[in-house]
Design a protein around this ligand. Structure first.
Ligand code: KG4
Ligand code: ZN
Length: 352
């Protein structure tokens, strides 16, 4: 089964065709970073307009790359999957409308995919059994504890299969990636902040500054990052500074970046460890843009080795937003009988 996947939840227009949930025939991602970088974050109105301008030609180019016809007869597709929640409502609407139009015109089944669940799927879809040199089957991966760390979301789930996830905890304020983006903006390191902070941190001492991570109440699997962000602001600009206050000249940006990264990473690692212990789980899955972070992977790998469990990450190209994870998860949803009608609507809010 070949599924077309459409992703427009935030600032990436992603179009992919995936066969049987795993084999990627095409995965095109148009990033809007050049449009948003001077604002230090995504501007929703600019994002939705850019999706409108891009979606038709990316669709056409992607289908051509996959060897499928776009105009004329119905292309060799078996279904259409679209990320319909959560995200920026204006951005979501573009992908959802495109998907509904194509499903109607080509008379193909339509399925709405939860973007956060798709980030979990991105890690699992690439998981292989080295002995068989083949993809791991669903029952070889699950049950698992899943951590999604992206620009818009930070959450822990108990995952029973590709398609079943129970929320254990989520951020109470900023998402992890958002904290990277905001701190990079304070440190004038550019946008997106994750890769910029990581690069600056390579030259820094992660123990140079003490930023206290917020663990919240005992046993909590929720997250909070806004306190760390404010601690960085005061550290580099002085107590009670605001965004326009200039940086103190005696500050080492590399040390602050490394210490901030270390604090966020240690918080994520400890919360995942807590969930793994509580669930007595043998498998961890980590997805989302921040899963590309090298220091995070090093710490998580060390923990997994020490505590003797398996951990899966997406390849770098599937960490950030893309259509392949939407098409891949859409395949399983369609296989399990999920269908959406043309009344499918964009839903900006994450499922609880
Ligand atoms: O998953 P994603 O593409 O978008 C959302 O669903 O929100 O994640 C984007 C986020 C951005 O905040 C970006 O700064 C962060 O992922 N990111 C990273 C790294 N690469 C991307 N954060 C830390 N380290 C990285 N290497
Ligand atoms: Zn995402």
């Amino acid at each position: 089964m070949r599924i077309l996947g459409i992703e427009t939840t935030c600032d990436e227009t992603g179009i992919a065709v995936v066969e049987d949930g795993r084999r990627i025939l095409v995965n095109r991602v148009l990033s809007q970073v050049p449009l948003h970088e001077r604002f230090g974050g995504v501007v929703p109105e600019i994002a939705s307009r850019a999706h409108v301008e891009a979606i038709s030609w990316i669709l056409e180019a992607a289908l051509k790359e996959a060897g499928l016809e776009f105009r004329g007869a119905r292309p060799q597709l078996d279904g259409i999957a679209v990320a319909y929640r959560p995200g920026l409502v204006g951005s979501l609407l573009i992908g959802v409308t495109a998907a509904k139009c194509l499903a109607w015109a080509w008379r193909l089944p339509l399925v709405g995919v939860d973007h956060i669940h798709a980030h979990i799927y991105a890690a699992a879809m690439a998981a292989k059994n080295p002995e068989r040199d083949d993809f791991l089957m669903e029952e070889e991966i699950f049950p698992a504890v899943s951590l999604v760390v992206s620009g818009g979301h930070t959450a822990l789930y108990g995952s029973q299969s590709w398609t079943e996830h129970t929320l254990f905890g989520a951020t109470t304020d900023d998402a992890a990636g958002e904290a990277f983006d905001k701190v990079a903006s304070i440190l004038k390191l550019g946008y997106p902040g994750g890769p910029a902070i990581s690069k600056a941190a390579e030259e820094g001492n992660p123990k140079a500054c003490r930023f206290t991570p917020a663990f919240l109440e005992a046993g909590s699997l929720d997250f909070s990052f806004s306190g760390i962000k404010t601690a960085v602001l005061y550290r580099v600009k002085g107590q009670n500074a605001c965004r326009d206050t200039p940086l103190r000249p005696d500050i080492s940006i590399a040390d602050v970046a490394a210490s901030f990264e270390e604090t966020v990473v240690s918080l994520l690692v400890k919360k995942l460890a807590r969930a793994m212990r509580r669930e007595n789980a043998g498998t961890a899955i980590v997805g989302g843009g921040v899963a590309a972070n090298r220091r995070l992977r090093q710490h998580l790998d060390r923990l997994a080795k020490k505590e003797d469990y398996r951990i899966f990450y997406p390849p770098p190209s599937l960490c950030t937003d893309n259509g392949a994870m939407i098409a891949g998860l859409g395949y399983w949803l369609l296989q399990r009988g999920r269908r959406d009608s043309l009344a499918l609507d964009a839903d900006p809010v994450a499922a609880r």
